[in-house]
Ligand binder design. Structure first.
Ligand SMILES: Cc1ncc(C[n+]2csc(CCOP(=O)(O)OP(=O)(O)O)c2C)c(N)n1
Ligand SMILES: [Mg+2]
Length: 172
């Protein structure tokens, strides 16, 4: 399963009211090409900050928040996970697309991550390759192990403000 296929598989688990956030690089591009909806936020740049943005949003809405993060980006945002406590009863699924590389910048190896250690921030609501995570209550970590992509993902040919304004309108 590639990152693109993993995102497509998650599509059927997403409800109309969910807010989906996509990490920087190819993950946002795949989200845009294969799971496009106005209630999506595509993070451009800001590697590592998806969980910060997600937790902030979860504090200000009752909608379920779904993060599509990369393994490299997840590692860069580990410090934020100590704030998961702030949203302990909120619907929040943190999907990590674990391809073990920085695919978006050329496929350099990323360091090994102990997801089971990180899972304690989610009170051990931790799933691996198991989409039933989408039915769990409270903040949940779902790691999807993925193969490395063979080709780069096509760019998004729209200026950022176009889809950002659609998102802003949606979550008002
Ligand atoms: C702070 C910061 N550092 C570096 C980058 C450059 N960059 C963009 S995507 C990426 C790799 C992300 O790796 P991962 O989260 O594993 O996602 P993948 O590309 O494998 O899908 C890097 C290094 C950035 N956008 N922001
Ligand atoms: Mg990666």
């Amino acid at each position: 399963m590639t990152v693109k296929e993993a995102i497509i598989q998650c599509k059927e688990k997403i409800n109309e009211k969910d807010i989906c956030l996509f990490s920087t690089g190819y993950i946002s591009r795949y989200g845009f090409h294969h799971l496009r909806r106005n209630r999506n936020f595509y993070m451009v740049g800001s590697m590592g900050l998806l969980s910060s943005i997600g937790i902030g949003l979860a504090l200000s809405t009752d909608s379920r928040i779904i993060l599509f993060d990369g393994d490299g980006s997840f590692l860069m945002g580990l410090h934020t996970l100590s704030l998961i406590k702030l949203i302990e009863n909120k619907p929040f699924i943190h999907v990590v697309l674990n391809n073990r590389v920085y695919a978006s910048t050329g496929g350099q190896d990323s360091p090994l991550i102990s997801f089971s250690d990180a899972a304690r921030f989610y009170e051990d609501r931790y799933f691996v390759n198991d989409l039933s995570a989408f039915y769990s209550k409270g903040p949940t970590l779902l790691v999807l192990n993925c193969d490395k992509e063979k080709e780069p993902c096509a760019r998004v040919n729209l200026p950022c403000p176009t889809y950002y304004n659609l998102f802003k309108k949606e979550i008002k």
